[in-house]
Design a protein around this ligand. Structure first.
Ligand code: GLU
Length: 485
């Protein structure tokens, strides 16, 4: 049974890198009928907060990633907050000391700092010099008698440490470059290496899928697995996400917190699709994948070792494509909050005018890259007033069109039914009678009714605007168009 986890430290919001890590783990679990665990790594109590935990949970929920065990739902390995598992880490550290895999270190931070600075001043690096590893029983007893604070350090054996990474292949580190690292601080707080290994063993993780930045931590963790007599899980380190300038993704590149994306008008389906393809590829050319398809196709072997580039234009394209895939009814429901926010929502759009509203949404659907664009795009049909764009007026509402528009207004006033096809026939017939290019009358009408030079199909729009509003707007537009001198 495959068991994977997402183990965020709640010291910040859920950023896109973390979201992608969570997604890969989730997809892997769902692909193989395994279990996905959410574990909150909040041992750094100074920097962790509830606000961040709920932000992370909200982000995962928005993306539709559900977990089988975790802080809110519990599970056989509860609690899922590391801050509530401290006894287990302390007990594990004591076990390491008892079996000779670790030792107490009484060195003060000041003395360590001094040695490090001296080594650096001499132009070298510094690894812990094992001062406390060689203390005699008497020296230890003397320090214990004074109640000197003590940390627990892991005793790194000679040799080398290697692991098979499912993305990068075999990775080996000489142990000489790994210092005797602290596993439990003198204030009894575990370090990340200890807590992550104790939990991954206890929670029976079969795979650890996480960011590349953890590769250098892995040998230390492999050494801990050995010391605890457990075989390590399979590791898969996923490449970093870079901005289009090939620098590590940061705020400079735009939104990095996942929860900014719903506010920017992105669909969770699109975000999931886009993030899945950051570093993973299903093999073919297909780039638009629904959640179920991703689950069907996901394989750790498809993760590339090269860095992934976060391209906002591609995200817009993926989002647009997913918007097109929604039923107009579904899209209409997702747009409601945006209309409410702009004060453009009418309760009738949910009842007596539902069909009208859904038809409006459908008409604008092909033009939307993001949900936020709808209120602007469809604004002329949602607002009572019309704002004339000066450029559109100058270009399309020319004086010689005064008379034709005025004639069109009278014809439209009598048209029944006021629907796209008869509207189009009427306009084209008038253009022919007046020996005008239909396009110039179409453009003029569009500007007259919407104030803008671009819109979806004019006649569908006129139908939705309705006889009254169209008549009103044509009359209003005529006041902008001086008749030819
Ligand atoms: N809490 C660690 C982090 O957020 C988890 C690393 C891991 O997955 O082992 O980076």
């Amino acid at each position: 049974m495959i068991r994977v986890r997402f183990a965020p430290s709640p010291t910040g919001y859920l950023h896109v890198g973390g979201a992608r890590t969570a997604l890969f783990n989730w997809l892997y679990a769902r692909r193989h009928g395994g279990l996905f665990v959410l574990r909150i790594e909040d041992t750094d109590t100074q920097r962790s907060s509830w606000e961040m935990v709920s932000g992370i949970v909200d982000g995962l929920r928005w993306m539709g990633l559900d977990w089988d065990e975790g802080p809110d739902i519990g599970g056989p390995h509860a609690p899922y907050f590391q801050s509530q598992r401290l006894d287990q880490y302390r007990e594990a550290a004591a076990r390491l000391v008892a079996q000779g895999s670790a030792y107490y270190c009484y060195c003060t931070p000041e003395s360590l700092q001094q040695k490090r600075q001296a080594a650096e001043a001499a132009g070298g690096g510094w690894l812990y010099d094992r001062t406390c590893c060689t203390l005699t029983a008497g020296e230890v007893a003397a320090r214990e008698a004074t109640g000197a604070p003590r940390a627990v350090r892991f005793k790194v054996p000679r040799g080398s440490t290697s692991f098979i990474d499912l993305v990068h292949g075999r990775i080996e580190f000489p142990n000489a470059v790994i210092e005797d690292f602290v596993v439990l601080r003198s204030d009894l707080q575990p370090t990340y290496h200890l807590s992550v290994v104790v939990d991954d063993i206890e929670m029976a993780m079969t795979h650890v899928v996480r960011g590349d930045d953890h590769i250098s931590n892995t040998p230390k963790q492999v050494l801990l697995y050995d010391a605890f007599g457990s075989s390590p899980p399979a590791f898969a380190h996923v490449p970093l996400i870079l901005g289009t300038d090939k620098k590590r993704l940061s705020k400079r590149h735009g939104a990095t917190s996942v929860m900014e994306y719903p506010r920017l008008g992105y669909l969770p389906e699109a975000m999931v699709n886009f993030l899945a393809l950051l570093g993973w590829s299903p093999g073919g050319d297909e780039e638009l994948l629904a959640r179920d398809e991703l689950i069907q196709m996901f394989a750790l072997e498809g993760i590339s070792g090269g860095n992934a580039v976060f391209n906002p234009e591609k995200l817009d394209w993926v989002n647009q494509q997913h918007i097109q895939r929604l039923t107009p009814e579904d899209l209409a429901s997702r747009l409601e909050p945006w209309l409410r926010d702009k004060g453009l929502w009418s309760e009738h759009f949910g009842s007596s005018r539902r069909d009208w509203f859904v038809a409006l949404v459908q008409l604008f659907q092909p033009r939307l890259k993001r949900l936020d664009q709808f209120t602007h795009e469809a604004g002329p049909l949602l607002r009572d007033d019309v704002i004339y764009e000066a450029q559109a007026v100058a270009k399309h509402l020319r004086p010689e069109l005064h008379e034709p528009l005025s004639l069109l207004a009278s014809k439209f006033a009598m048209l029944d039914p006021f629907t796209a096809q008869p509207l189009e026939m009427t306009l084209r017939a008038l253009a022919e009678t007046l020996q005008l290019k239909p396009a110039s009358l179409i453009h003029a009408t569009r500007v007259a009714v919407t104030g803008r030079a671009a819109s979806p199909g004019l006649f569908e729009m006129l139908e939705l605007a309705g006889r009254e509003r169209v008549g009103e707007r044509l009359r209003k537009a005529l006041t902008h168009v001086a008749p030819p001198a």
